[in-house]
Ligand binder design. Structure first.
Ligand SMILES: *Cc1c(COP(=O)(O)O)cnc(C)c1O
Length: 365
């Protein structure tokens, strides 16, 4: 079976360095908020090109903490609205709800699957405080137009970079187009920990300081609590392991890009719609997602031919039980995308023979 994502081999590549990092943390006798987290935050901020990177427990918390910090700073309040894509992984939307703000859904561009800037302004009200674009599957949103709208209406821009580590235009990376960004280091993401992890990146001193405190019980100074915070920290251990993997992230992305380019050039089948790439550097291929009318048929055919695939995602957020209040609403572009998408195997450790086979099997469908 060709695996959808071979996490075992992805991490085995770094086995001796990971064990070495584990031993360093074990032997340090210090496991929370120490020099490993500090080092990784500095390295990750430098890699991103942002002034700050603050390690947190996971990507969802990163987004929750950004919004919460803006509330503590008096910029957002309960009942304010944030524009979010209707076509996203639900975490982007949960981060808004968790803060008692209102997510306002906007449909995607049917070609890129990312939020359609042309549909945003119609959804802006006197309560709108921010736009939360998600660089879905690893491809940057149309940040030029999103930023223009944000400036015109005085809105914050919070990027969901959980899938887009290093996606760039003219050398400017994801996380540098808005006021703050939430990053995930979930094991299957482009930079994945051996467990949960996340980060907030920003250039804003005040926001960085508030996020850092909120993630640590609302405290800047031990036993002095400025906010009613939470505990959402990146572990020393995960930080040390991520530091090992960060070093090969750019090389890994290039391998994925090369495989994606082979898929784009060599998969030739009228029944399969390939993804649209706006610019080479703007896509880091967290996922290679194709579309087809008979998605279940294609998935079964690939399974029968020894190729594992995954659906990202089968049910749109507005059709989830968690958002019962939206279940009767209609977002037809998102619904169609959710009904047709299928993610092909793609990873930095995928052997050439497997890439060849995926292409051949798809061309025979
Ligand atoms: C993975 C993901 C998240 C959440 O990250 P976790 O680390 O799993 O909490 C948020 N948004 C998007 C788009 C994601 O893909």
């Amino acid at each position: 079976m060709i695996k959808f994502l071979d996490l075992y081999n992805i991490n085995q590549q770094h086995k001796s360095e990971l064990i070495h990092a584990f031993e360093r943390v074990l032997d340090s006798g210090w496991y929370i908020l120490g020099k490993e987290v500090k080092q990784f935050e500095d390295d990750f901020a430098a890699w991103c090109g942002t002034r700050y990177a603050i390690g947190v427990a996971n990507g969802l918390d990163a987004l929750i903490l950004i919004i919460r910090a803006y509330k503590e700073l008096g910029i957002f309040e309960d009942g304010d609205e944030i524009i979010v894509p209707s076509n996203t992984y639900i975490a982007s939307i949960l981060a808004v709800s968790a803060n008692d703000l209102i997510p306002v859904l906007v449909e995607p561009d049917p070609e890129t699957y990312n939020i359609d800037p042309g549909l945003i302004e119609a959804k802006i009200s006197s309560k709108t405080k921010a736009i939360l674009p998600v660089h879905l599957y690893g491809q940057l949103c149309d940040m030029e137009n999103i930023s223009k709208i944000a400036r015109k209406h005085n809105l914050k821009v919070i990027e969901d970079c959980a899938q887009s580590h290093g996606a760039a235009i003219n050398g400017r990376k994801a996380g540098n187009f808005g006021d703050a960004a939430g990053i995930s280091f979930y094991p299957g993401k482009n930079l994945g920990a051996l467990g949960d992890g996340g980060a907030v990146t920003t250039n804003d001193d005040e926001l960085a300081s508030a996020v850092r405190a909120l993630a640590n019980y609302g405290s800047h100074i031990k036993y002095k609590n400025k906010y009613k915070g939470i505990n959402s920290r990146l572990d020393e251990l995960q930080a040390a392991l991520l530091g090992v993997k960060l070093k090969s992230l750019d090389a890994d992305t290039q391998i994925k890009r090369d495989i994606a380019n082979r898929y784009l050039q060599e998969i030739k089948n009228d029944k399969i719609k390939l993804p649209k790439v706006t610019e080479q550097s703007a896509h880091v291929w967290h996922l290679f997602v194709v579309r087809t009318n008979d998605r279940n048929g294609l998935q079964q055919y690939l399974t029968d031919n020894g190729i594992q695939t995954v659906i990202h995602y089968p049910i749109p957020p507005h059709k989830q039980e968690a958002y019962k209040e939206w279940n009767e609403l209609s977002y037809p572009i998102s619904e169609q995308i959710h009904a047709e998408v299928l993610s092909l195997p793609l990873s930095p450790v995928m052997p050439v023979a497997e890439v060849n086979k995926v292409i051949e099997v798809l061309n025979n469908y």
